[in-house]
Design a protein around this ligand. Structure first.
Ligand code: ADP
Length: 703
């Protein structure tokens, strides 16, 4: 209906001319008048708006139909003319006028039919703002001048719907951008690149990229930016790689199959290095790669953590390898160290059997067998000790002990070996002022004995080994710092070895090759024990000149338990004549050895194959019948501890106080402690150290 092309423009021109010239000038009377009336009537009643206005000057409204008045909420033409000032300028909302007029003229110029289409707001007579569609047609007429006739429609509803749809799109777009922002939060710089046009636009900038872009959204040539960035920031060692990997060709190749890839590189800022990850994502549509997003992420914390983790793993691997190498070396040494004394034992046993009637040879062979046995025993002890230390099972006792006695014991052990090598062994006690201390005497002896034994081992014939002790004031009244120094003028230790001489299984090549017996565990044990007692062991040494080991211990002068000692529990049970010993032992070979040894020493011997038999024998014995019991610990039916407790609880004190000596292969400190706690008087380790055992037995029987 509103289509302007259906209206005969000549007819309109004619009507307008009639309207303009007035009734009197009409030439052909009623016929034409009735056509005009009919036409005007038709236009007036059209449902869509229609109006005509002059194209020049004040754009005066020449005609407006009823629908047009309705759009403007006017009842009469007079109201409409008043509202609009009877001008097209008054029809259009003032805010839209300029752009509408401009648009109309541009369209008219461009259109071959002088047509235009515009939309604008109007303000109705009731002050309501509405939208109008305006289809205009420009007519140049000689008779009536230039005019526009316009078909107009109320577009408010469509506009509102359109606006709503736009708002919805805006909201979705905003959400989309929020999502993008959220996802890209970790990126310090984000760039949008069009590889085809060689353009890069900055969306987010940080300290570094701000040097390449003056502001966000600035556009540069991508090739310029890429080169500039590499030159300014990238670490020299990574420049070639980053230059190559950010060329359009490289990016296209890598994005052909995958949506994204990333590059890790280092940048240098103020002399320090940071790790950056550049992620490149294909955001364009279609098959080719042109539009990409580049996101720069600071990975410093993560990469540094990763590098640290790798270092930890490397160190762990290295120490595992070192441990394997050390253990392999240890096993190789062990094999040698076990085989050598075993070979001696077996070889000399064979020889002894062959020459059993030659006393001189026999003694020589047996001495050799004894030495080899001692070596095996020390090896076994060392290995057991170190495994206990490594599993954290070291217990430190605090008992009354005499340092003089301890050092003399150390001297005694060292001397026997030193004498064999013609080594002068000296013990200097002049610096000892407080002899009695409350500490773990056996452990102090062990620490020093191992160091002294090394001094003797690694000093050539005719050399010297000395032990001395010095006191220093400690930070408390009841304790003293003791400095035990073991010095030798032996082969010395080279500086490399000295650095880890206290580590397990470490042995110097020259000592292993020279055939000196050792396990590389002695110093580890000494140091660990000293540390467990709160002390230290240090070594200084010079190859060819000798070594000095210093053990520093802070020892207490006061009895922590108020003076009760093991000795207090010893009870005397005396009998006259030959003494009888009850041996409680389940292993036949041990029983045989022990029986032989005791009989040989002049004792009467009785035996019990387990703890319960021993208890029964003692219970049923006459007081004084047994003078001492040698008690094995690990036995079937009843353990030695239990048997001791039962004997100690017998009613007759003459029976319950019989001295009991543990004789056990369980030789650790806590085994000794348990023995004491169960009521035993002493604890001896197997294999039997015969002279010591005899000393212990006789000293108990003498008391
Ligand atoms: P080992 O059982 O081999 O003697 P240690 O742990 O006691 O084990 O000693 C480790 C190594 O330290 C020895 O093998 C030796 O090379 C060196 N060492 C220890 N003490 C001395 C010393 N007094 N003189 C020279 N070298 C020594």
């Amino acid at each position: 209906m509103n289509d302007p092309f259906t209206v005969d423009t000549g007819l309109i021109e004619y009507i307008l001319s009639i309207k303009n010239t007035g009734e009197a000038e009409r030439e052909d009377g009623d016929r034409k008048e009735s056509v005009v009336d009919q036409f005007l009537h038709f236009v007036d009643e059209m449902p869509g708006g229609f109006f005509i206005y002059s194209a020049g000057g004040d754009e005066k409204i020449i005609y407006a139909n009823k629908a047009m008045l309705r759009i403007f909420e006017c009842d009469t033409m007079a109201q409409f003319q008043q509202l609009t000032g009877n001008s097209f300028k008054g029809i259009v909302h003032p805010d839209d006028l300029e752009s509408v007029e401009k648009s109309i003229w541009q369209q008219i110029k461009a259109s071959q039919y002088d047509l235009d289409y515009v939309e604008y707001r109007i303000i109705t007579r009731n002050g309501v703002v509405r939208w109008v569609d305006d289809y205009g047609h420009f007519i140049h007429s000689e008779t009536v001048g230039d005019v526009f006739y316009v078909f107009a429609g109320d577009a408010t509803e469509r506009k509102l719907m359109q606006k709503e749809a736009e708002n919805q799109v805006d909201e979705e777009r905003r959400q989309y951008l929020d999502v993008m922002e959220g996802l890209s939060i970790g990126y310090e710089s984000i760039l949008y690149v069009d590889l085809d046009t060689d353009r890069v636009q900055a969306y987010r900038l940080n300290d570094r990229t701000r040097k390449q872009f003056a502001r966000e959204l600035e556009i540069r040539r991508y090739s310029d930016f890429a080169g500039d960035y590499v030159r300014t920031w990238v670490h020299p060692d990574d420049r070639a790689y980053i230059t190559k990997s950010t060329t359009p060709d490289y990016i296209r190749r890598h994005l052909a199959a995958d949506k994204t890839f990333y590059l890790n590189f280092r940048v240098v800022k103020d002399g320090s290095i940071r790790y950056i990850q550049l992620r490149i994502v294909n955001v364009g549509e279609g098959s080719g790669v042109s539009k990409i997003v580049m996101g720069y992420q600071d990975m410093d914390a993560e990469i540094v953590r990763e590098i640290e983790q790798q270092q930890i793993l490397k160190d762990a691997l290295q120490s595992a390898k070192t441990a394997i190498v050390a253990k392999n070396a240890f096993l190789a040494n062990m094999s040698h160290d076990v085989r050598t004394p075993m070979n001696a034992i077996m070889g000399f046993t064979g020889l002894a059997r062959k020459h059993c009637h030659d006393d001189g040879k026999m003694k020589y062979y047996l001495d050799k067998i004894e030495t080899a046995g001692e070596q095996l025993l020390s090896l076994l002890n060392n290995i057991l000790e170190i495994s206990r230390i490594e599993s954290g099972k070291v217990h430190i006792e605090e008992e009354r002990c005499s340092l003089t006695e301890i050092l003399q014991e150390v001297q005694e052990r060292g001397m026997s070996r030193a004498a064999a090598k013609n080594i002068t062994f000296t013990l200097d006690l002049s610096g000892l002022e407080h002899d009695i201390v409350y500490s773990d005497g056996p452990k102090i002896a062990q620490i020093l004995t191992r160091i002294v034994s090394n001094g003797v081992k690694y000093t050539k014939e005719g050399g010297q080994v000395s032990v001395s002790v010095r006191e220093e004031r400690a930070d408390c009244d009841d304790c003293v710092i003791y400095r035990f120094v073991v010095e030798d003028n032996g082969i010395g230790i080279n500086p490399d070895m000295l650095a880890h001489v206290f580590q397990p299984f470490e042995r110097e090549k020259n000592t292993t090759q020279s055939g000196v017996h050792g396990t590389g565990l002695g110093l580890t044990i000494s140091k660990s024990l000293a540390e467990a007692m709160g002390g230290t062991v240090e070594a200084v040494s010079e190859v060819g000149k000798g070594s000095t080991f210093t053990v520093v211990l802070r020892l207490s002068l006061r009895d922590p338990q108020g003076g009760v000692t093991v000795e207090d529990r010893k009870k005397n049970v005396r009998s006259s004549g030959q003494k009888r010993v009850l041996i409680v032992e389940d292993t036949e070979i041990n029983l045989e050895i022990e029986t032989e040894l005791l009989r040989d020493a002049g004792y009467l011997v009785d035996v019990a194959a387990d703890g319960s038999i021993a208890v029964e024998k003692v219970r049923n014995s006459q007081p004084g019948y047994y003078d001492l019991i040698l008690m094995d610990i690990q036995m079937p039916i009843m353990y030695g501890y239990r048997a001791t407790e039962e004997i100690r609880s017998l009613r007759d004190p003459a029976l319950s106080n019989i001295p009991i000596v543990a004789l056990s292969a369980n030789a650790f400190d806590e085994d000794k402690k348990k023995s004491r706690e169960s009521g035993m008087n002493a604890h001896m380790a197997k294999p039997i150290d015969t002279p010591r055992l005899m000393n212990v037995i006789s000293s108990m029987l003498e008391e």
